[in-house]
Design a protein around this ligand. Structure first.
Ligand SMILES: [Zn+2]
Length: 298
């Protein structure tokens, strides 16, 4: 099995459990069920070196020596995400951690928020209207369905969400529009749809959380019609702010953010599955912590 590089993760010895460990995470209510990870981009289990200063025990961030992809080397298992590790809860814990240990830095970060308003905020309904044709659309990690609010009438909303309560809320209103939401991990949920079913997929602040991003993009490519698009927003690990702020960069979220994409690595991973990446003129600026990308199925 891959070396997780982390002594605090104890690995159970037998059967399926050989790949699963438990790690005590002091800032949550109890131990967390974790799985060790190989490089999500190239699959290399051993070649990674620690990204200097970016780990926060028990979580280790490494950069793959083979392909340069940066990722967290162990992650909460899907089962943990269904309930007590739901992203909204861990995000709140992460904010509390930042508030208590890094008050000054956070103040500074808030003071530089003007950077975020240099350009108009992008909204998914407008992006869909511009880049997608009428038909079924799917939001991965759809939460309670909120970001599909306001989509044009010619789109039928679908979604996949791992947190049960949020998925139920999304399902209720997607059904009013002829679609539905599935309560599952995205990889499992996508497999329930036929080939070429969607005219668009939206992956907003989702792919950085995904345990198997490459496998998910393969499924996204399968369920998209030829010429259809996936609209992606992820933190940009190559951003200037990450290079300036170091381990205080707002893109580091332990353990919620599993994958740290750069424009290059996102392009490479998408291309592997026949999705051609394009950035709009202001979609990938070094001054922004995030990047937006359009992946078109060839
Ligand atoms: Zn790699």
């Amino acid at each position: 099995m891959p070396d997780t590089g982390d002594d605090e993760i104890s690995v159970e010895p037998e059967g399926n459990a050989a790949k699963i460990g438990w790690v005590a995470q002091p800032e949550t209510s109890g131990p967390v069920h974790v799985v060790p990870r190989s490089c999500p981009q190239c699959g290399d289990p051993n070649g990674a070196t620690p990204a200097s200063g970016y780990s926060l025990p028990p979580w280790t961030i490494k950069t793959c020596a083979e392909c340069g992809f940066t990722y967290i080397t162990s992650a909460p298992a899907y089962d943990a995400l269904f309930e007590h590790m739901a992203w909204e809860k861990t995000a709140q814990l992460e904010n509390e951690r930042r508030e208590s240990t890094r008050r000054l830095q956070q103040k500074l970060s808030k003071k530089t928020r003007w950077r975020l308003h240099l350009l108009p905020r992008k909204r998914m309904p407008e992006l869909l209207a511009v880049h997608a044709v009428a038909g079924n659309v799917i939001d991965l990690g759809c939460g309670d369905g909120g970001q599909m609010a306001g989509i044009a009438d010619h789109f039928v909303p679908h979604g996949i969400e791992i947190a049960s309560a949020a998925a139920a809320r999304a399902d209720a209103w997607f059904r009013e529009r002829g679609g539905y939401a599935i309560n599952a991990a995205c990889l499992d949920g996508l497999k329930q749809f036929p080939d070429a079913y969607f005219t668009a997929a939206t992956l907003r602040s989702y792919l950085e959380h995904e345990l198997h991003p490459s496998a998910v993009l393969a499924e996204v490519a399968r369920v998209l019609k030829p010429g259809a698009v996936a609209i992606v927003k992820v933190p940009n690990y190559a951003s200037l702010n990450r290079q300036v702020m170091g381990n205080r960069w707002c893109g580091f979220r332990y353990p919620d953010h599993l994958n740290y994409f750069t424009p290059k690595s996102l392009r490479t991973m998408a291309a592997k599955h026949g999705l051609r990446l394009r950035f709009g003129p202001t979609w990938c600026l070094p001054t922004s912590d995030n990047m937006w990308a359009l992946l078109r199925k060839e």
